[in-house]
Design a protein around this ligand. Structure first.
Ligand code: ADP
Length: 176
C-alpha cells in the first residue's frame, strides 16, 4: 500500500486536512449519514456553495465530484462525490465507485490539495458491500497516487468498527 495512505477510525468532521471528501447525493442539498454530519458541522456556507454549483450545473452525477468551501470544518475545501447505490443485479457499481475516488483525487490535484480524507463512500445508506467497497477504494487510490505527486497524505476515515477492521486486514495482508 502507498505509504501516503493512512487508515483510522473516527469522525471525518473532526480531523484537520486540506480537503474533506463528502459522500453526497446527486442533489448536493445534504442528506443523512456523513453528508448530514458534514453540513451540520460545516454550517450554511457549504449548503450555499452547493446551491451555487446546482445553479450552474444542476447537481452532480454518480461517480463525479465537485469542490466547495468547507465553512466551519477544519479544512479548506469539501469535495462532494456521489457514490453508486448498490443494486442487486449490477449497474456498473464497481466502476462508478472507482470513479468517485479517481475524480476526487483529480480535483485535489487540480486545487493543490496536499492532504485529504475519505469516508467509506456508498457503504452506508447506499448499501454497497463493505469488503468490496474497501478493496475498490484501496486499489483505486493506490493506482491514482502514482500520477499524483503533490498529494502528501490520504486519510481513510472509517466511522464504523466493521469498516475499520476490513481496511486494517487488507493493509496487513498487503492487499495493494
Ligand atoms: P452513502 O449514501 O454513500 O452510503 P453514508 O453517509 O450513508 O453514505 O455512509 C457512508 C459511510 O460514512 C458509512 O460507512 C458511514 O458509517 C460513514 N459515516 C457516517 N458518519 C460519518 C462521519 N461523521 N465520519 C466519517 N464517516 C461517517
Amino acid at each position: 500500500m502507498d505509504k501516503r495512505i493512512e487508515i483510522i477510525q473516527g469522525d471525518i468532521t473532526r480531523i484537520p486536512v486540506d480537503a474533506i471528501v463528502n459522500a453526497a447525493n446527486s442533489s448536493l442539498l445534504g442528506g443523512g449519514g456523513v453528508d448530514g454530519a458534514i453540513h451540520r458541522a460545516g454550517g450554511k456556507q457549504i449548503l450555499e456553495a452547493c446551491q451555487a454549483v446546482r445553479a450552474k450545473q444542476g447537481g452532480c452525477n454518480v461517480g463525479d465530484a465537485v469542490i466547495t468551501v468547507a465553512g466551519h470544518l477544519p479544512a479548506k475545501y469539501v469535495i462532494h462525490t456521489v457514490g453508486p447505490h448498490w443494486r442487486p443485479g449490477g449497474n456498473n457499481e464497481d466502476a462508478l465507485l472507482a470513479n468517485c475516488y479517481i475524480n476526487c483525487l483529480r480535483l485535489a490535484e487540480d486545487n493543490h490539495i496536499n492532504t485529504l480524507s475519505f469516508p467509506n463512500i456508498s457503504t452506508g445508506i447506499y448499501r454497497f458491500p463493505k469488503q468490496k467497497a474497501a478493496e475498490i477504494a484501496l486499489k483505486t487510490i493506490t493506482r491514482s497516487l502514482i500520477n499524483h505527486h503533490n498529494i502528501e497524505k490520504i486519510i481513510i476515515v472509517c466511522f464504523e468498527e466493521e469498516n475499520y477492521d476490513i481496511y486494517k486486514a487488507l493493509e496487513k495482508n498487503h492487499y495493494c
